[in-house]
Design a protein around this ligand. Structure first.
Ligand SMILES: [Zn+2]
Length: 244
């Protein structure tokens, strides 16, 4: 009985929180990517969801103190509210607005971003760095999984469990430091390096060079300098060919 009550409470809470999040999203998502009617629909859904949760809560915990008619009335009301909430959610998806909104939201994000294009040679180097880095992250993840699984299988005590989690944490932190260092080292070795500070231009997904045109190490604007250097190199190459 006790676990059933806890389970019942958890699923009421999840639905109430979900409904509230949808309502809050109408205030905090700017710009609003969905059609205007979706806002009103989410508010109705929010009210229906929270009222539904309150009634379910009363039915679950205050059952003995309710009269038969009251119980029946609340039971029917919560069913109607649940129907309204699901109806609105279904409309949101069936109308295609859910998918359209996500597409619009993505387009808006893309527009905000200034993107600096790298000279082709450098963008090739970046790709090499990114691929090796991804391989190393995958390897680290695999090692971490092995440590966790082997550790959890070989221990049956609480202290053993804590030791396994601590060990996995240490492996993860040290592993990440090594992986990031190796990525920077490779970037410099390949020549994907800052012309000013000679630090690594590769910085993973942050990609400061592409989004800000800056070196991730010394934070100076280097994209123009890089473009100039690569066009000079191209000129030298053509000049060399003419001399032959
Ligand atoms: Zn630099």
């Amino acid at each position: 009985m006790h676990s059933l009550t806890a389970f019942g409470f958890a699923h009421i809470a999840i639905i109430a929180i979900g409904a509230l999040l949808l309502v809050l999203s109408t205030f905090f998502t700017r710009p609003w990517p969905y059609a205007e009617w979706v806002k009103a629909a989410f508010w109705i859904l929010g009210v229906a969801g929270v009222t539904w949760a309150t009634i379910r809560f009363v039915l679950l915990f205050g059952d003995s103190s309710l009269s038969r008619q009251m119980h029946h009335f609340l039971y029917v009301t919560q069913l109607v509210l649940l129907g309204i909430a699901f109806g609105i959610l279904a409309l949101f998806f069936v109308s295609g607005e859910a998918v359209r909104g996500i597409r619009r939201w993505r387009e808006l994000k893309e527009q905000d971003r200034v993107i600096y294009d790298l000279p082709p040679k450098l963008s090739e180097l970046r790709l090499i760095c990114a691929r090796s880095h991804n391989r190393r992250v995958l390897l680290l993840t695999a090692i971490l999984c092995i440590v966790l699984v082997a550790g959890l299988l070989s221990t049956h005590t609480r202290d053993g469990l804590i030791a396994v989690v601590a060990l996995a944490g240490a492996v993860e932190i040290i592993g990440f430091v090594v992986v990031i260092r190796r990525a920077k080292q490779q970037s410099v070795e390949l020549g994907f390096a800052c012309p000013i500070c000679h630090g690594a231009l590769y910085d993973g997904r942050a990609n400061r060079l592409r989004f800000r045109g800056e070196c991730p190490q010394c934070k100076r604007f280097v994209i123009d300098l890089l473009a100039q250097m690569s066009s000079n190199q191209a000129l030298e190459r053509t000049a060399g060919r003419c001399d032959d």
